[in-house]
Design a protein around this ligand. Structure first.
Ligand SMILES: C[S@@+](CC[C@H](N)C(=O)[O-])C[C@H]1O[C@@H](n2cnc3c(N)ncnc32)[C@H](O)[C@@H]1O
Length: 233
């Protein structure tokens, strides 16, 4: 079948066009500076100075995420948990060579029992990751992508530090710190969030076509959970 569907969703100044060609998806967003502004433009260091030693999604959503990680993360691999806190949600029955966390709050990172090492770094002031090229077997970005104000620069650097054919797994639910999420996040549906993250992968130009997975454990009774995953090329 050789069909092309074109969907256009007008959203203020934002143009979204999605072309589905077989199962290959090309997404074009025109991201403007105003889409990446936040209600709270004060320093992230200030907002994240208080440790939040909690899980940000409910237990069933956590279990769904852990199950996905069990399937996708290479056993024995070197894993980067980007925008990490006190929980990485990795399966306890798998072992990895190392799990490096990067986040804003040192107390949260110290409290994370699955990290073998961590770095405190602000991706909104410095999107460059402090790691060598081709040094990780997977990267996870859990319920945090909405806080990035330079997302494409960060995704380009994820593509740099990942080894070829290794996955970047971005997950999100329907909650956020509203004052710290970028403006466009507030304007989009769950599907729109997934397409936006897919656009970050496409625009980085270092990944294979992304896949979107709805892992929501029980519609309307638990936190929803969505994954956008792409492999470094
Ligand atoms: C909602 S929490 C999610 C934490 C963790 N990934 C999890 O699954 O529980 C958001 C995290 O994003 C991180 N974060 C927010 N802004 C950041 C920034 N500018 N640079 C690096 N990390 C950031 C914070 O450290 C915070 O722990």
């Amino acid at each position: 079948m050789n069909q092309i569907f074109v969907i256009t969703l007008p959203l203020h100044a934002l143009l979204i066009q999605t072309l589905f060609i077989y199962n290959y998806r090309i997404t074009m967003f025109e991201l403007l500076a105003e889409h990446l502004r936040r209600i709270d433009e004060a320093s992230d260091a200030h907002f994240y100075s208080q440790p939040r030693l909690v899980k940000h999604i409910d237990p069933l959503a956590c279990n769904a995420l852990t199950g996905y990680f069990r399937e996708k993360l290479p056993a024995g691999g070197v894993i980067l948990d980007l925008m990490s806190s006190c929980a990485s949600h990795l399966p306890e029955d798998c072992s990895y060579e190392s799990v490096i966390g990067l986040g804003m709050n040192e107390i949260e990172l110290q409290a994370n029992p699955q990290l073998t090492d961590y770095v405190v770094s602000n991706l909104n002031t410095n999107p460059k990751l402090p790691f060598d090229d081709d040094s990780f077997d997977a990267c996870i970005v859990t319920v945090s992508v909405q806080y990035l104000v330079r997302p494409i620069a960060v995704f380009q650097d994820i593509g740099r530090i990942l080894r070829s054919r290794c996955p970047c797994i971005v997950s999100f639910s329907n909650r956020c710190f509203p004052t710290k999420a970028v403006a466009i996040w507030h304007q989009l549906s769950d599907r729109g969030h997934a397409e936006l993250v897919g656009h970050y992968f496409d625009a980085a130009e270092l990944f294979e076509p992304f896949e979107i997975v709805d892992l929501s454990p029980n519609q309307s009774h638990t936190d929803p959970l969505f994954i956008v995953c792409a492999y470094a090329n």
